[in-house]
Structure formats: structure tokens, C-alpha cells
Write a protein that binds this ligand. Sequence first.
Ligand code: SF4
Length: 366
Amino acid sequence: MTRAAVKACALDVAQPNPFALLLIRWQRHAGRSGLPWQNTRDPYLVWLSEVMLQQTQVSSVLSYYPRFLARCPDVQALARASSDEVMALWSGLGYYSRARNLHRCAQVVVDEHGGVFPRTAEALQTLPGIGASTAAAIAAFCYGERISILDGNVRRVLSRLLAFEGDLAQQGPQRELWALAQELLPQAPEPDDMTAYTQGLMDLGATVCLRSKPLCDRCPVQPLCQAHAIGQTQRFPVKSRRLVRRFENWWLLLGRDASAQAPRFWLERRPSSGIWAGLYCPPVYADEAALRAAVPAAMQDRLETLDAVAHSLTHRELRLHPLLLDVSPERAQHLPPGQWVGAADLEARGLPAPVKLLLQALSKTV
Ligand code: SF4
């Protein structure tokens, strides 16, 4: 069934490929253009945008991307930046392992590749944090390599197009779909065809073949779409394992030095793995009793319970319970290990978004 569906879309090498043809034509006339990371063949710019766009809306990336580039305009500048600077530039985008890998990858490109990105998807995949789909995007956009991307959006588009029955929670069907994606590529792409095709796949997934309500009436490949033909667009992609979200409560000890003209906050650096790895954060406790046990008895009555804050991560729903403790600098030695960070320096540090908002609000209430 699926192989036949690919044939219907791709025909054979001697024929124009209807799917690729329709997609390329549509992208050039109706796809997204003018995004800051488009119209370039610079692998640094494409790579940065691809990493930022993973799990993140275009609207969020639009503000982060130019700010990041203003500070790190090329791979050499990124390699030279401190990890604190990189985390601060990423602060609020979430999925912070992306920023750590980005930094590490820049250092590898500079130290081991003379500052020049490899030119094939296969070689790009050997770099830290560059997965198969990101490598394919860089190779297709920058070097015109005839290779398909297959991120979450594209999986959705192609599984609907082909009415692909395989369970995409399993690796076997994922590989199978990727092989089919390769068969759908333009057969003999002209210069720039791979750019339009790859961008077309992205645009179709992001703006037309939407997760809950695909806009089939506006879809350029609707005549070829098997899921649409059988009226079952919602059945695809097939995925047996759904995300299981966990709920967790975190208690935060917000030490504040309100004696200075601008307040300072007592922050520790999070461990190098796990949630908010490497970011600056007030000490975290699993429950209120553990937090109170970390505060000397003489300071207990100064703890002030603030409103809880909800924060969603991919696999978890966090409920943050901040307890404020105004403390003079000389008493800081009684706090858990950490350092003072002035309110004016919060922007320059990598802080989790909800923590930054909380501390910025508290710095105005002294
Ligand atoms: Fe997606 Fe509908 Fe287009 Fe099929 S016809 S690819 S379901 S938008």
C-alpha cells in the first residue's frame, strides 16, 4: 500500500515527480519567505536556526535568533564565547541541552575542522548535537545535497501523504518512513530545487498539514494524499507510545540581599545534567520541610511563602513554590553553597525563564 502510494507520488526516474514538483512550485509561490534564516547558504546560520527551531515556535525564535547572532556572528565567535554567555543567550528558549551542544559543536568545528562545517549530511552527523534531520537540512540548504529531512512536522506530512501505517514510536517504521522520504525527493534537482523542496516540506508541516486540523483545502499535494483520499487524516501519524507527563513540586529558596541599592539574589549553578542543567537557579528542594531544614533556626521566621508558579516541560509539569528569605550579606555563609547575582546581571546569566521572571519581579518590590 505504502510503496504503491510512493509510486503514485514519485513515479519513476524518467518522469517528473508530481509530489516534488507540486511542493517546489507551491513553496516558491506561497511558502514562507523572508524569515531571517532563509536565503542563505551559510551553514552556521542554517545550523543555528535549525537547532533553535527544534521544539520551538518560529515566533519565539524570531527574537532570539538576531540577538544570538549579534553576539556570536560566526562559528569562531560562538566557540570563543563562555558557557555562561551562551546559556544567557539561550535563557528562556528551553531545552538547554541544545545550547550546550551548540557551544560544544562550535568548538569541535573550530578545533577539528579549521572552522569550516563538513559538506555532507553523513559527516555533519558526527558533530555534537547534530542529528540526522538537522544534518540533512544543512546539507540540502547549503550544499544542495539530495537528502530528505524528517523532523516531527515532516513525519506527520509524509505519514498522511502515504497513509503510512507503521508505528512511529518504533525505530523500524521510522527508518522505513525515512527510506520512503528519500524516494519522494526530486529526481534530478536543478540548482536551488533542494532548498525549495526542503523548505516546502517544513512550510507544509508548519502552516498547512497541522496536527489537529490539517488545512487540506489549501494543500498543494492534496490530489496525491492517501489519508485525505480515505478521509482519515487524523489517524496518521500512527504512534502507540504517547508522552507520559509527570507532575512535580519544587521548593525554591529565594535568598535576597535587599540591603544593597539594587537587590542581589543567592543562586547556585544547577548540576551539569538533568532539568535546567548548568543554569543559575535558587537552591531547589523536593519539599518544604527539606527547604526549611537548610535554613538556620534563627532565620526561619523570616521565610515568606510566595505564590506558586506553574511551568511546563516536555515530560513534566512543574509547580514551583518560592520561599523568599531577605538576608544580610554577612549571614549568607549560613545559606547553601551559591553566589550573589545582582538584579542588573540576571540578563547576562543563563536562568530558567520562570525563575528569571520571578527574580525580576522581586527586584522591583524591595
Ligand atoms: Fe496534510 Fe491534508 Fe495535505 Fe494530506 S491533504 S498532506 S492531510 S494537509
